[in-house]
Design a protein around this ligand. Structure first.
Ligand SMILES: *Cc1c(COP(=O)(O)O)cnc(C)c1O
Length: 361
């Protein structure tokens, strides 16, 4: 490469994102519990909508995402004009970073925060600022102390990944209230639908002008392969995002699948109930084996081991049993393993393998 040809500042500071593994050499019947995917997958109505859309693949898709925004508005009681649709919620978060932060600016998130946040910060040349948590729970006071005149964005996932913990509405409101005037609070609600009755920050978005929330179709809707997410925020922010996104950022099958998925509230409800049931069962089963976890509000549990060596040994044992979970040393949690809540047989298989590891089976 010629000397003068250089990427923008920050880009070479990015460590490549590591996705959850899905293969184990020489093992058949692998159980992938490393990416928080929905074991039930998308509903039949969702799959049929995607297939129907394939009959018109020669046509460009909608550029304003009107039908999907209306479906989201109908189901979540939000203003469709202030809904923004992206290629996964990842695109929503990335475009927010590009639009609101750059060299010299700071992007704040917490020590066990989602691993994409530093990538978004570096990609736009901004400086990531990492704030401590309080025993794996987001600490609003610590965030507020870290904010200053350079803070442009604050990312908080609620529920959080990989801890599975949440902070309450009053804490989130206190955070929004305490931010400096030029800072935008981004509430990442990737797991919001797993919490019954949770508004993911909608009321706060509507009451304030410095809060945006993001949501995804990759988790409870079982559409990680389709890449659809959405954001809800002040009209001024949505107008900015619409200026910089690709005009056809979402494919026609993706739009059709997401619209059908959000309208299929019975399937969503079933997934929420099944997840809660087997999540609590798995957490209890592991706790009885001496592997505790914080009460999870999402579709995974963060299993805690005595130390890093035990976590790694358990991971090895699970792999030998054909089970892939997620190591989270990169999140500052080397003594933990994040395990997606699968269906009943998956949870029983995990509990059995951990029992074997602990010498209890
Ligand atoms: C899975 C996840 C997302 C979703 O990303 P998509 O781009 O929508 O697939 C966003 N934030 C967090 C914290 C996640 O765990």
């Amino acid at each position: 490469m010629r000397k003068g040809i250089q990427p923008q500042p920050g880009i070479m500071d990015i460590a490549l994102y590591q996705g959850g593994a899905s293969h184990l050499d020489g093992v058949r019947n692998v159980l992938k519990l490393s990416s928080n995917e929905n074991p039930l997958g998308p509903s039949d109505a969702t799959k049929e909508a995607a297939i129907r859309a394939c009959h018109d693949l020669h046509r460009y898709p909608s550029t304003d995402h009107g039908p999907l925004r209306q479906a989201i508005a109908d189901v979540w009681d939000v203003d469709p004009a202030r809904v923004f649709c992206g290629v996964g919620s990842g695109e929503v978060l990335k475009l927010l970073s590009e639009a609101y932060a750059g060299p010299g600016d700071e992007v704040v998130f917490t020590e066990h925060g989602f691993s994409m946040y530093p990538i978004y910060a570096h990609a736009c040349g901004a400086t990531p600022v990492v704030v401590p948590e309080n025993e794996r729970v987001v600490d609003v006071d610590a965030i507020l102390r870290a904010c200053g005149p350079k803070t442009r964005l604050v990312f908080v996932a609620n529920p959080a990944n990989p801890t599975g913990t949440m902070i309450g509405q009053a804490e989130v409101a206190r955070l929004a209230d305490g931010l400096p005037p030029q800072a935008l609070l981004v509430l990442d609600g990737a797991y919001a639908e797993f919490v019954d009755g949770f508004d993911a920050g909608k009321a706060l978005v509507e009451a304030r002008d410095n809060v945006v929330m993001s949501r995804t179709f990759s988790k409870i809707y079982g559409l990680g392969g389709m890449r659809v997410g959405w954001g809800y925020g002040p009209q001024a922010v949505i107008d900015v995002l619409n200026r910089i996104r690709g005009p056809f950022n979402l494919s026609a099958p993706a739009l059709a699948a997401a619209e059908a998925a959000v309208r299929d509230t019975a399937h969503t409800q079933k997934c929420r109930i099944e997840n809660a049931k087997w999540r609590d069962w798995l957490a209890n089963a592991l706790a009885e084996l001496g592997v505790p976890s914080d009460t999870s509000t999402a579709n995974f549990i963060l299993a805690r081991f005595a130390d890093e060596a035990e976590a790694n040994a358990c991971d090895e044992h699970l792999r030998s049993a054909g089970i892939i979970v997620r190591k989270v040393a990169g999140y500052g949690l080397p003594h933990c393993l994040r395990m997606t809540v699968g269906d009943e047989s998956a949870c029983r298989r995990v509990a059995h393998a951990v029992a074997q590891f602990k010498g209890a089976a």
